[in-house]
Design a protein around this ligand. Structure first.
Ligand SMILES: *[C@@H]1O[C@H](CO)[C@@H](O)[C@H](O)[C@H]1NC(C)=O
Ligand SMILES: *[C@@H]1O[C@H](CO)[C@@H](O)[C@H](O)[C@H]1NC(C)=O
Ligand SMILES: *[C@@H]1O[C@H](CO)[C@@H](O)[C@H](O)[C@H]1NC(C)=O
Ligand SMILES: *[C@@H]1O[C@H](CO)[C@@H](O)[C@H](O)[C@H]1NC(C)=O
Ligand SMILES: *[C@@H]1O[C@H](CO)[C@@H](O)[C@H](O)[C@H]1NC(C)=O
Ligand SMILES: *[C@@H]1O[C@H](CO)[C@@H](O)[C@H](O)[C@H]1NC(C)=O
Ligand SMILES: *[C@@H]1O[C@H](CO)[C@@H](O)[C@H](O)[C@H]1NC(C)=O
Length: 273
């Protein structure tokens, strides 16, 4: 009686064990919560780098190209536009001119001002966030005024330029710094005021030669970046896993193969998607 009673249970256990082993190498059993990761599964799509133009080996926290969006926080997603990397920060797009992953510095320029001093995006550059910060040692503000009623000012000073956007007036001018101290400009009414950071070195050149306005903007400005998830992420990278990001829970996650996996002591467990 005893062996006969046991055998169905034993069979079930054997069957369970069979599926368990199967599950360890494939995702055959989707309802199961976790399983141990086999050593051969270490390669992750999030361990890959990507290139854009002359920028090679772009990696965490940046995503784009061969690195899918789930491989890093959305703030660091790069679009490769005409072989040029672009970041979107607070809904303004920026062209990346330099990227130093060792010192975590970026040189950025507003994409809409890349080779035009006219723009219809009348937004101030506001990048202060937990991810990006101006390098205050290097940068200063340039103020640009668009749509100015300045018909009375003739001839126009060197810091004036025409700009045809959808405004009643096409005169525009810029000031180095933020405070309009110029007495001539005091009586001028402008529709739009916007500020753009430029390098202090470029501002000095612009002060000496007023026709270097476009050049000054196109030299960009310096920003330091940091990812608040770096500490969590370092744990993945240390164990040669890909570091990624779960935008639902807004936290760093490790990737084993193409699956999310978590730490449990020194072992990784994959989590069903
Ligand atoms: C990118 O990585 C490859 C392979 O590791 C290396 O040969 C190449 O020099 C790197 N490129 C840059 C710009 O660091
Ligand atoms: C930004 O980076 C530069 C160069 O690495 C460094 O000297 C500076 O202290 C950093 N600034 C901030 C605010 O972290
Ligand atoms: C402006 O930039 C775009 C994209 O980089 C380029 O195709 C175009 O030729 C540039 N125009 C001028 C006047 O430099
Ligand atoms: C930019 O900031 C200045 C100063 O705070 C403000 O007067 C101006 O209206 C802002 N411009 C835009 C387009 O938000
Ligand atoms: C523009 O400025 C001129 C001269 O100051 C003034 O006569 C005119 O009313 C202004 N136009 C508008 C639309 O403000
Ligand atoms: C600016 O507007 C004035 C008057 O509306 C016009 O005569 C002039 O041609 C315009 N300038 C440019 C560069 O479009
Ligand atoms: C100012 O810069 C422009 C454009 O680079 C150049 O053609 C001009 O000669 C410069 N003027 C002076 C006085 O250096």
């Amino acid at each position: 009686m005893y062996p006969i009673l046991l055998s169905p249970i034993l069979n079930l256990l054997l069957l369970l064990f069979f599926f368990y082993s199967l599950d360890a190498t494939t995702s055959f059993w989707p309802n199961k919560e976790t399983h141990e990761i086999q050593p051969k599964e270490t390669h992750s799509v999030c361990s890959q780098t990507f290139a854009c133009g002359r920028f090679e080996n772009l990696s965490y926290p940046f995503t784009g190209g061969a690195r899918p969006a789930h491989c890093g926080p959305p703030e660091f997603h790069i679009s490769c536009v005409d072989d040029s990397p672009e970041l979107t920060i607070m809904s303004l797009r920026y062209r990346v001119l330099e990227l130093d992953p060792v010192h975590k510095n970026l040189r950025l320029v507003r994409s809409d001002l890349w080779n035009s001093t006219c723009t219809d995006k009348f937004a101030n550059v506001t990048i202060k966030s937990e991810f990006f910060a101006y390098n205050e040692n290097d940068d200063m503000e340039l103020s640009i005024f668009y749509g100015c009623n300045s018909s009375t000012i003739t001839p126009k000073p060197e810091n004036w330029f025409p700009c045809n956007v959808n405004l009643p007036f096409n005169n525009s001018y810029y000031l180095i710094g933020t405070v309009p101290i110029d007495p001539i400009m005091g009586g001028v009414k402008c529709e739009i005021e916007t500020t753009v950071p430029i390098l202090k070195t470029a501002a000095a050149k612009l002060g000496a030669n007023r026709s270097l306005f476009q050049e000054a903007i196109m030299e960009g400005f310096n920003v330091n970046y940091s990812s608040p998830y770096d500490v969590e992420c370092a744990k993945c990278l240390h164990l040669k896993r890909g570091c990624g990001f779960d935008s639902h829970s807004s936290r760093a996650v490790c990737f084993c193969g193409d699956r999310v996996c978590d730490f449990s002591g020194t072992k990784f467990h994959s989590i069903r998607p």
